[in-house]
Write a protein that binds this ligand. Structure first.
Ligand SMILES: C[S@@+](CC[C@H](N)C(=O)[O-])C[C@H]1O[C@@H](n2cnc3c(N)ncnc32)[C@H](O)[C@@H]1O
Length: 304
């Protein structure tokens, strides 16, 4: 047994330090991009290289050329290839200080504004939603923070991801108990039905529309009050980041709020174009109008 483990380790070790020539990586990215219609050239080179290396190890191959051969043989579906190239790490209430800020300040603020605009649907888009934890967390947090006058009928949450496999999981809304360990017992009891797995209650599930969407290619949803674009830009080259920021700006209503991931920031160009920081630490930004303030003027001060 000990010998077997040693044998595995010694075979695996050189693979993880595998050297990739630029041409090799370009060939594989060309192949994957063609087969999936996703332009992986717009992702950071180091990231793509890491993902290819992971696939080579996962499929017990010796060299990148073997991966390329398999790729071209049509063995894998586009969905499986995309799934192999993406990082889907997520969790419920990821970055708790952000959710505290949302519940104490941002949601009540935006909801009050929404209440004063009769007939207007409160629209949120969770981009790169992975297996759904972020979308359901936003749904729960909104419900918990806006107690007076809350009506689920007036809320529309869109949650999308490039990776069809994770979207399918998100749509099912079923999780293991271990996935819920960032939720207090009250929330679990209120928003999940216990069974073999824990299933999101229909009222919360109905509020969210899940779909497949490529931020680099597909048209953006418009007239939004909030956008969550967390832990996606970090994988992309600067130009792609800038294009997405510009599209997010166009998609938000004036005074709408955008949330990025902890390690992400807006490029200077888009700070200048019309986002102000509501909370630097939690990467929360507000779209300002031509006079430099959101409709409610909150952008003049920083929260949290
Ligand atoms: C690290 S996860 C982040 C999940 C969640 N937003 C969070 O912060 O917990 C990144 C997600 O972005 C998705 N993604 C990557 N490229 C994308 C693209 N071009 N369009 C839409 N989603 C993309 C991946 O499939 C993955 O599920």
């Amino acid at each position: 047994m000990g010998e077997q483990v040693q044998a595995i380790i010694s075979v695996r070790a050189p693979r993880s330090s595998m050297v990739f020539s630029e041409a090799m990586v370009t060939n594989v990215i060309d192949g994957i991009s063609r087969l999936t219609s996703v332009d992986f050239h717009q992702y950071k080179r180091n990231f793509v290289q890491r993902q290819i290396r992971r696939q080579v190890v996962k499929h017990c191959l010796n060299v990148v050329e073997e991966y390329e051969k398999l790729l071209l043989s049509g063995k894998w579906t586009a969905e499986a290839l995309i799934n192999g190239m993406t990082v889907n790490v997520t969790q419920f209430f990821r970055d708790p200080p952000l959710f505290e800020l949302l519940m104490e300040h941002i949601f009540p603020l935006l909801w009050n504004r929404h209440q004063s605009q009769r007939g207007h649907e409160f629209r949120i888009w969770i981009m790169g939603c992975s297996t759904g934890e972020e979308a359901y967390s936003v749904g729960m947090a909104l419900h918990e923070s806006v107690r007076s006058g809350f009506s689920a009928d007036k809320v529309r949450i869109f949650a999308t991801d490039l990776d069809e496999i994770v979207v399918h999981h998100a749509r099912r809304g079923e999780y293991e108990l271990a996935d819920l360990n960032h939720l207090g017992p009250d929330l679990i009891q209120k928003y999940f039905l216990a069974g073999e797995k824990y299933r999101v209650i229909p009222e919360l599930r109905r509020q969210i529309t899940f779909g497949q969407h490529d931020l680099l290619r597909d048209p953006f949803i418009r007239h939004l009050d909030m956008i969550f674009c967390r832990n996606i830009l970090i994988f992309l080259e600067r130009e792609a980041q800038e294009r997405i920021c510009e599209m997010m700006y166009d998609s938000l209503n004036s005074g709408g709020v955008m949330v990025l991931g902890r390690a992400e920031s807006l490029t200077k160009k888009y700070c200048n174009k019309g986002f102000v920081s509501l909370c630097r630490q939690n990467r929360v930004f507000q779209k300002v109008n031509a006079h430099g303030a959101g409709e409610d003027g909150v952008s003049k001060r920083s929260i949290g």
